[in-house]
Design a binder for this molecule. Structure first.
Ligand code: SF4
Length: 375
């Protein structure tokens, strides 16, 4: 398959998220140097329409857009933004071997002392361990390696050209030895053929054995061309799978699949992974980086609100209760006044002035502030 690089000058490189990605990656910004990916994994959500825009999804792995000015833009744009966690870089090969744009972006992140988060399938980022160590010293670095399973048959079927899982685990170990927070995005968990206890525990155990400290698990999403390709790959693996997958995604022959697995399935997956993590002494959420300062208390309280929302998801409570915690999390996270100060000055009525924070949540936050200072 011929590979073509399409170099261009981007107009903008940083995405500013409306809200922090609470409970998951905790990032506020993201910036990536390439569009498309040579690995071309069948299940890659980035091939779904919502990520590629007007680009032809079939060229996702043959035409790689290269933002040649990514590092310069990053420097300009970050200089205007408040420091917060940025997801940055993309160590895909051969693009990064040739252009080294991710390394250039890391230099910017280091110079401007932003905390950095990386989610990767490529172990090539170890080449930049010197910069990662520097950033970790002056701000913070967190890395997650995406590992769907350790099963070679699933790797061959769904991600035949992605870097080997063993190399990802070796890279994880090197990061852990350099005191960098590292864990696994157990994503996407492949329904029916890769979601049993045995498959999941292999990844959890390998993460623990290689110095990872947490697991974030998520199911396979299905959309457009990506859904059709993933189904085709599944059929090659096991010709009997189609009916079960169609049922799982409520996918009629002439219709579209549901975007995600059924809620009950996702809850069961979360509970199984929680249990496995407990057994292997790992966390099933990523700890949040919080910079010191007067608003640190807001970030810590927001973290607790988001984690509580996830717990409630696993308890299958009504969605309005889950959303109440999420919305309160965003309100606290985005408040420009220390909520400890708010509470000292105006008590619970002051907390209730935050959007989405009612009587009961104001009481909860007040308890957290007084009992253990939100820690
Ligand atoms: S390596 Fe990641 S970005 Fe590249 S195709 Fe695979 S899942 Fe998508």
């Amino acid at each position: 398959m011929k590979l073509e690089f399409q170099e261009y000058q981007a107009r903008k490189v940083v995405n500013v998220h409306k809200h922090v990605d609470g409970g998951w990656f905790w990032d506020k910004y993201s910036a990536h140097p390439y569009v498309g990916c040579r690995s071309g994994c069948e299940f890659c959500y980035a091939r779904g329409g919502r990520y590629l825009g007007r680009r032809d999804p079939d060229t996702f792995d043959t035409q790689i857009g290269v933002k040649t000015n990514a590092a310069e833009l990053l420097r300009k744009e970050l200089a205007r933004l408040a420091p917060d966690v940025i997801t940055c870089g993309d160590w895909q090969q051969p693009a990064e071997d040739r252009y080294r744009l991710s390394r250039g972006m890391l230099e910017v992140v280091r110079d401007l002392a932003f905390p950095l988060f990386i989610v990767e399938r490529s172990p090539l980022l170890i080449r930049d361990l010197d910069l990662l160590t520097e950033i970790n010293r002056s701000a913070w670095v967190g890395v997650v390696f995406s590992i769907s399973s350790l099963d070679p048959a699933l790797k061959r079927a769904f991600e035949p050209r992605s870097p080997g899982v063993g190399r990802r685990l070796q890279a994880m170990e090197r990061l852990a030895k350099a005191d960098i927070l590292v864990g696994t995005a157990l994503m996407p968990v492949i329904p029916i053929v890769g979601d049993d206890q045995g498959h999941l525990e292999e990844v959890v155990g390998a993460t623990k054995a290689h110095g990872g400290t947490f697991i974030l698990a998520g199911g396979l999403t299905m959309e457009g061309v990506q859904a059709a390709r993933t189904m085709e790959a599944a059929r090659h693996l096991d010709p009997t799978i189609e009916d079960r997958w169609r049922k799982h995604y409520n996918w009629q022959a002439d219709g579209k699949p549901a975007y995600s697995s059924p809620p009950a399935y996702s809850v069961q997956l979360g509970l199984t992974v929680r249990d496995l993590c407990a057994r292997h002494r790992l966390r099933d959420r990523m700890p949040r980086y919080v910079a010191p300062g007067p608003l640190a208390i807001n970030k810590r309280i927001a973290e607790r609100l988001f984690l509580k929302a996830y717990d409630l998801e696993l308890e299958r409570v009504q969605s309005h209760r889950i959303w109440a915690y999420r919305k309160a999390g965003w309100a606290v996270d985005e408040s420009q006044e220390s909520i400890a100060q708010t509470y000292d000055n105006r008590g619970e009525p002051g907390l209730r002035e935050l959007p989405g924070v009612g009587k009961s949540l104001a009481g909860t936050i007040a308890d957290w502030l007084t009992v253990n200072d939100g820690g």
